[in-house]
Design a protein around this ligand. Structure first.
Ligand SMILES: [Zn+2]
Length: 435
């Protein structure tokens, strides 16, 4: 369905169309080979890759394209972090050279390990909702920072709880700044926790190229992943962005979308990103200290006008209101501070009280229908929730809620949220059909 939000989201498709970018003679970047961006640094006697792409098949195509530029062996592979969209193509590198040295942060893969240690299998379900893997193509535009893909197997398909192929785990790890020297390539790698705790900053000083991983891309950062994630410490992340800036790079390659090039453009992009992130962080802390709740601040805190329309801050992948909630929750935990919310009613009990107030549960459902046609879509979904909690005409309420979720999705710019909404709408319809 065409809405202004859909149009805006579609407008970033060119940022991840497949292209081979020769950034400098020695640094080649593969954009749009899979869902992440990855790079090859060519030395005198060998090549070092930064990230592996997301699937072996697509990464093999990138390696084949590299061969148009050099026949030197790939001696090293450095992971910017442990997410499967950056490690899932590594098998192609191991097949190319079984002795490839694989480098990563000492806490590589900690997010996936935390899910599996706690038995949080829901992470896989929610990951697929966020990624849109279960949606038909017509319900997907892109993933905000990545093209649409439907991986059937491998780490990417398994979602955030899936680890990489054991053969592709880092054989070399580091917990403090280290220089990797392979084939005449010297890369300085520095732990740079942000999007994940195992995030690193990679620096190729010879050509002044920085590889920032997922701490930056051409979208509002995913300070909270709607699939569910441990707290991504936002203060650390702001500092991580500032650390990239200190390098004064001529090129900044990101884990998704296209690189920034030219010292002026790089510095301006980082300055914009840093100011915006610190603003949201500082406003949230100020709101917390003034006793505001996440529900209030999620609606009230926005970017200042000079930053709000900057294209690299568009909420294509991350979302500012989720970020605000996450900062609050990361620092103060689930309790919003209002004592009425210390031990709130069970949703079914609250729904019963509201139905009583309204004059019966039928009123809730007819109001939900009216709200949906009046454009009060969120309220429509919430009223449907009450009917579902009361098990009152639940199938009708589920179908109506599914329509409301689709409507919310079509009007949201953030691809991850859209995917989640549309997938849940699909699940509700399937539930009703199954009964
Ligand atoms: Zn990524």
């Amino acid at each position: 369905m065409d809405t202004p939000a859909s149009e805006k989201l579609r407008s970033v498709n060119h940022l991840f169309e497949r292209q081979w970018m020769v950034l400098t003679e020695r640094v080649h970047v593969a954009v749009g080979y899979g869902v992440s961006t990855f790079s090859f640094v060519i030395g005198d006697t060998g090549v070092v890759a930064v990230d592996s792409g997301s699937t072996p098949a697509e990464s093999s195509e990138a390696i084949a394209d590299l061969r148009a530029h050099t026949n030197l062996p790939i001696l090293g592979l450095v992971y910017t972090h442990g997410h499967p969209d950056h490690t899932g193509g590594a098998t192609a590198f191991v097949e190319e050279n079984p002795d490839v040295e694989i480098w990563g942060h000492a806490s590589f893969g900690d997010e996936a390990q935390r899910f599996s240690r706690n038995g949080a299998t829901i992470a896989g379900t929610r990951g697929k909702r966020q990624a849109g893997f279960l949606l038909p193509p017509e319900k997907r535009i892109n993933n905000g920072i990545a093209p649409v893909r439907y991986p059937k197997t491998g780490a990417l398909a398994a979602g955030p709880s899936g680890g990489p192929d054991p053969k592709t785990l880092p054989s070399k790890t580091f917990a403090k700044q280290t220089t990797i020297s392979l084939g005449g390539v010297n890369l300085v790698v520095t732990p740079n926790p942000g999007e994940t705790k195992d995030q690193i900053l990679t620096w190729f000083p010879d050509d002044r190229v920085a590889f920032g991983g997922d701490n930056m891309y051409r979208s509002w950062p995913n300070l909270y992943a709607i699939r569910g994630t441990q707290y991504r410490d936002v203060r650390d992340w702001c500092e991580a962005v500032d650390r990239i800036r200190e390098l004064k790079a001529d090129h900044l390659v990101l884990g998704h979308t296209t690189p920034f090039s030219g010292a002026g453009e790089v510095d301006q992009a980082i300055d914009t990103y840093s100011r915006a992130m610190w603003h949201i962080y500082n406003e949230t802390i100020a709101g917390m200290n003034a006793g505001k709740t996440p529900d209030e601040m999620a609606h009230e805190i926005t970017l200042p006008s000079e930053l709000a329309d900057n294209p690299i801050l568009g909420e294509y992948y991350g979302n500012i209101s989720w970020s605000v909630r996450s900062i609050f929750n990361g620092i103060l935990g689930w309790f919003d501070g209002n004592p009425s919310h210390m031990n709130p009613l069970h949703p079914a009990e609250r729904a019963a009280q509201i139905a009583d107030l309204a004059g019966g549960a039928d009123v809730l459902l007819s109001r939900a229908e009216a709200a949906l046609s009046d454009g009060q879509t969120q309220w429509a979904a919430e009223l449907c929730d009450m009917c579902i909690a009361l098990e009152h005409r639940a199938d009708e309420a589920k179908l109506l809620k599914a329509n409301a979720l689709d409507e919310l999705g079509y009007n949201l710019i953030t691809a991850t949220g859209r995917n989640y909404l549309h997938t849940c709408a699909q699940e509700l319809r399937a539930e009703v059909t199954a009964t």
